[in-house]
Write a protein that binds this ligand. Sequence first.
Ligand code: EPS
Length: 356
Amino acid sequence: MTLKLATAGESHGPALVGILSGLPAGLVLDREAIDADLARRQQGYGRSPRQQLEQDRVEVLAGLRHGRTLGTPLALVVHNRDHKNWEWGMSPWPPEGEPSGKGTKPVTLPRPGHADLAGTLKYGFADTRDALERASARQTAISVAAGAVAKALLREIGIEVSGVVVEMGDVDEAKADRDTVGGVVEARARGIPPGLGSYATKEDRLDARLAAALVGIQAVKGVEIGAGFELAGQRGSEAHDEIFKDERGLYRKTNRAGGIEGGVSNGEEIVVRAAMKPLPTLMRPLQSVDLETGEPAEALVERSDVAAVEALSVVAEASVSFELARAAHEKFGGDAIGDFVAAHSAYLERIPWTAR
Ligand code: EPS
């Protein structure tokens, strides 16, 4: 069974929901570790006041008993505390009583760079809110909860994943200018065995899968694997990681490939980067068109982040973890966690040269 994550949830709706299926039974989960990742995602420079309102905590509705997975779908929920201010505006059913709180008036001023215009046209909405609520990066909270579960599975076979910010615009300056900034984050995975993913088809390629996982995160516009774009300007003699062997086995002195060759992990650290565009909700709005009147207008201004690059580093870590857990579970399988761990050990025994 392959690991799968189905998600649902609007930014100001009642909750975010995730159903993670395909996990082996007997995996021990630590609620505090999941909540700690959720809290990390909320921190960072440039976040909006929304983050003081939300204190994300995971709730598990199914698939877990006494802290151990049952091998059945794991149902995760993260509640939106802000929903109390949007009860009328984001009521799943036709709201009762007089309009009150937020979200009561239709939004018709699409923000360039957000899904507002394309989503509104695509689905035939009269209120851009019907598109922007799901397009919002709020839903990355559930990816982080699922990523924390994936990290627990990876830890069973000695894989550790971490995400960091490597580049970010000046938030203080941008805030003063009522502007926004983007940046670059990097995720690294250590303890990866050679052989995750495959060159067999493009769907199997680990680099393609990690790239899709990263570009699938809101506001990500570019991905690099290892030295990435820099490799294009180099000669083959400088771009590739030569192979050596000593008494401990095979090793490389460089890792320009970012731990993936031919779509397959090669046993080196996996290194991937994602570039985030500046967020599209500007306090000094960009030019747009009012979809109700067809007249030129300024784009929607609503509370937002100046930057969410630090949050992206946590989300990228989670998304890379999920994809690596999926690839590892495809390779090692197992209905019970012990089967998964044993298959990994047996595999390492088969390739002793690489088990450094
Ligand atoms: C977001 C807009 C802001 C962000 C939100 C993503 O939401 P709001 O309009 O409620 O302030 O705060 O991110 C989160 C809520 C979060 O938890 O990360 C957007 O338009 O993408």
